[in-house]
Design a binder for this molecule. Structure first.
Ligand SMILES: Nc1ccn([C@@H]2O[C@H](COP(=O)(O)OP(=O)(O)OP(=O)(O)O)[C@@H](O)[C@H]2O)c(=O)n1
Ligand SMILES: C[C@](O)(CO)[C@H](O)COP(=O)(O)O
Length: 236
């Protein structure tokens, strides 16, 4: 376990990175501590997420983005749970965009590498999907995990709803993995509220966005009932 050291850059000892963003406050969860610290089957959500990346072939250097006020709390949790996977802690930002940017800042500029960006609260991603995303991004510049909509979809505009072609609708998840030069350049752009994920930031530069198959179990833990759902899904 590394101690909080938010400013020093990482040395380039490995070729892959993952930035796990855990800088949110979880307002919709309405829990006493932010949802990334809640327990799934006895272990904090964030630890499950880190473990998912640690057991991959990509074996990335792990950057955790957390609000400064929670660094000590997290380090205490690591001691309690005997959690010894190495990581680097970085301060969270005002929005998800700013948190990702803080993570990117400690990845050296002069290194041609791959960077996966992942929500701490998507603890149910899989080893296979993570490895596939690094491999695909290495060949094509980026790889964005997504699943096809299982429901019919309508768009509502000016009080008129229109059916969309369901087979053309994908629901976007994380990991979203990029060649480092591409994602670092994209995050030099000023913040825009339309940036709801990393693909939308890269797309703004005119880059093609490549979708790869995600998994339906990879829910974003958002509302109180999602903890119970995640516990069940993890046992499946
Ligand atoms: N300033 C922020 C806001 C969000 N996130 C992270 O981005 C991911 C997706 O965000 P979301 O599910 O919206 O988390 P919260 O912002 O915590 O939740 P809420 O919107 O309910 O407040 C989470 O892992 C969250 O910790 C972050 O790192 N920094
Ligand atoms: C990045 C993301 O998880 C892709 O689905 C999602 O856009 C995050 O959205 P939020 O508004 O930060 O919950």
């Amino acid at each position: 376990m590394s101690l909080p050291d938010p400013i020093s850059p990482l040395s380039n000892t490995k070729s892959n990175y993952v930035i796990i963003v855990a800088g949110g406050s979880g307002t919709r969860m309405q829990s006493v501590v932010p949802k990334q610290f809640l327990l799934i089957n006895g272990k904090p959500v964030l630890m499950h997420t880190i473990e998912a990346f640690h057991k991959t072939e990509a074996n990335p250097s792990i950057i955790i983005v957390l609000h400064a006020g929670f660094h000590n709390y997290w380090n205490q949790l690591c001691i309690e749970h005997h959690f010894d996977i190495p990581f680097k802690l970085v301060n969270g930002g005002e929005t998800r965009f700013h948190s990702v940017k803080n993570g990117l800042d400690i990845i050296p500029d002069n290194v041609d590498t791959l960077v996966a960006i992942h929500d701490a609260v998507r603890a149910l991603t899989s080893k296979e999907i993570i490895d596939k995303s690094y491999k695909y991004a290495a060949e094509h510049g980026n790889a964005i995990t997504a699943v096809k909509s299982r429901d019919s979809v309508r768009q509502l505009k000016n009080n008129i709803s229109v059916a969309l072609v369901r087979d053309e609708i994908y629901l976007v998840q994380t990991p979203q993995t990029f060649q480092s030069a591409q994602i670092k350049k994209a995050y030099l752009q000023p913040y825009n509220t339309k940036f709801t994920d990393d693909a939308s930031v890269v797309e703004e530069m005119g880059e093609k966005i490549n979708l790869i198959e995600g998994n339906y179990n990879n829910i974003k833990i958002t509302f109180p009932e999602d903890i119970a759902i995640a516990e069940l899904l993890m046992k499946c």
